[in-house]
Design a protein around this ligand. Structure first.
Ligand SMILES: O=P(O)(O)OC[C@H]1O[C@@H](O)[C@H](O)[C@@H](O)[C@@H]1O
Length: 278
């Protein structure tokens, strides 16, 4: 097994979890879904990620919380006959490598298969995670086929907050498409607070977003994206979702680094979507 001194594997219900604990931070990465569940940098010992207390860990259903990998489509499939958010968040991933570096522990994971019904690209998908002072996540899509391909994806991060009512986002501007209102376009509010069900596609390559949680700031840096999604299901939807507690919408917000408009990747090329959490 490709483990270093800072890494070990545990099992929680039906899921194997890679645990990383180094000088700079600790983290947990589920091998089901290549799904990061926890990131706690040691300089402030603050958990950055939110996982539902009702998350299902049966190794079949995608885990509610953490950082689901949505790929090779985002949201509903264009033909509506395949599961939302693609097919890699509910399959087993493998550890390809792990290494200790001056910046932290780096691990690379790959899904068992990056081919699946609903997508005809021929790809090699890999997730490189650096667990250090910051959490750096790079999702690389290499086109190993002979023709160009087009894909969408998201690092669908659920951030832990104390109270959604005291939360404010900065760094987004321009218009967004509102999924709760037929994708109508609205101007990004200033200040950006959340007081209702929120499901927005910001067509803005925001490089740097701050989640202000009273006087605590979480920084989200993104690259390789064309959109940022802001999602909070609010109360009614939380109640209707089996894997969320009724009031859990109060302590989470999703800020997702995403490609929603289609990214072309020429034969032999690689596209990288990156999110850095501080
Ligand atoms: O329940 P899922 O498939 O994990 O999706 C959660 C949410 O994910 C968000 O990215 C979408 O914009 C929402 O529309 C969706 O409800």
């Amino acid at each position: 097994m490709l483990l270093t001194d800072s890494t070990s594997i545990i099992t929680r219900e039906n899921i194997q979890i890679l645990v990383i604990d180094n000088k700079l931070a600790s983290a947990e990465i589920s091998l089901f879904g290549g799904h990061i569940l926890s990131f706690i940098p040691k300089h402030d010992n603050r958990q950055r990620l939110w996982v539902s207390q009702n998350a299902v860990l049966n190794g079949k259903k995608a885990i509610r919380g953490g950082i689901p990998i949505c790929w090779p489509w985002f949201g509903d499939h264009k033909d509506n006959q395949f599961s939302a958010h693609g097919y890699v968040r509910d399959q087993q991933w493998q550890i390809i490598s792990s290494a200790e570096t001056p910046l932290g522990t780096q691990v690379v994971l790959q899904p068992t298969s990056s081919s699946g019904a609903g997508f005809d690209g021929d790809t090699q998908l890999s997730l490189s995670i650096m667990v250090g002072k910051d959490l750096n996540i790079k999702l690389s899509t290499k086109n190993v086929g002979e023709t160009s391909l087009r894909y969408n994806c998201a690092l669908h991060t659920y951030f832990a907050i104390h109270d959604i009512h005291n939360c404010e986002l900065t760094g987004l501007e321009g218009n967004y498409l509102d999924k709760t209102q037929n994708f109508d376009s609205f101007e990004t509010p200033v200040p950006y607070k959340i007081g209702q069900e929120t499901d927005r596609v910001h067509l803005h390559k925001a490089p740097n977003i701050l989640i202000k949680d009273k006087d605590i700031n979480t920084q989200v840096q993104s690259s390789g994206h064309d959109s940022i999604i802001v999602w909070n299901p609010w109360q009614d939807k939380s109640i209707s979702m089996g894997d969320m507690a009724d009031d859990s919408y109060l302590t989470m917000i999703c800020v997702e680094t995403a490609i929603t408009q289609g990214q072309n990747v020429a034969a032999g090329e690689t596209h990288v979507l990156e999110q850095v959490i501080s």
